[in-house]
Design a protein around this ligand. Sequence first.
Ligand code: IPM
Ligand code: MG
Length: 357
Amino acid sequence: MRRYQIAAIPADGIGPEVIAAGHQALEAVQRREADLEFDLTYFDWGSDYYKSHGMMMPEDGLAQLKAFDAIFFGAVGAPDVPDHVTLWGLRLPICQGFDQYANVRPTKIIPGVNSPLHGVSVGDLDWVIVRENSEGEYSGHGGRAHRGMPEEVGTEVAIFTRVGVTRIMRYAFRLAQSRPRKLLTVVTKSNAQRHGMVMWDEIAAEVAQEFPDVTWDKMLVDAMTVRMVKNPRSLDTIVATNLHADILSDLAGALAGSLGVAPTANIDPERRFPSMFEPIHGSAFDITGKGIANPVATFWTASQMLDHLGETGAAARLMRAVEKVCEDGVLTPDVGGNATTQDVTDAVCEAIRSENI
Ligand code: IPM
Ligand code: MG
């Protein structure tokens, strides 16, 4: 029996709705595979917890999570708690505390979901963005002085280390090598940012030597946005800094049809700690409680989780089920349908159960 202990943190907004959907899909997968079991333990951390405890998770939160095989995360963010509090109180401490330095964001056009790009359909846009997830512009270095005075100053320091850049480059080259096209684009801004970003480029070139079979090129981040829109077929695997990849992945999600389908995996490639899997879309308070949140991103990230756990067959089966259901037109309103979260979930569970896929 392969039994996995999963920590579920649904948190805010539509997080609980999509995690509930994901849980049902995992149960369907478990019923379909022999000798596979998921044990989900729920944590009530998030903005409501913050309002009653003054913190987003308990002081020993990371210690509580450490023994799990993976973390299944919903979304954080509430209209009445500042965003930097929710982010730095829960998600970033987990990413940084567990050294989940590789943030992997696959984007492709799912059958049945339309890209806003003219003439671009299934197969034309199939990317994986590797986001550096431990340093860069999100290192938390900086400060404020002379608050409220005319001479007030605020700094936000981007940190790039040789260790941090080398490991994310290796991860990205290895991932590119594992994909059929063996193609990597390194995103940079070394024309304007002449210290950290120049080092980033140099290390990319060094690491490239270890991967002679991977074709790679370098793009300035501004030009990259144009290339993503004008020539999506020219891209495959993409590596970028924490902030650059944050921005590019939203663009990627939009070009693939909806952020509602975009997943992300926060990976500790060395497996010292549990990795964390979440939909990209965030808490979406405008549709919270309406039962229409798109669960596809959560199913997709659950599939990434299965892959990471070594359950590659189950991961592929879950994705095939999701693609079939979308192709059949069982879609939530954000992607042009009128199905509810539960309709899509039921259809995916049924597709997992059915023999044909
Ligand atoms: C993401 C999100 C977060 C980020 C927000 C919620 C701070 O946009 O995962 O892309 O910027 O990392
Ligand atoms: Mg983002």
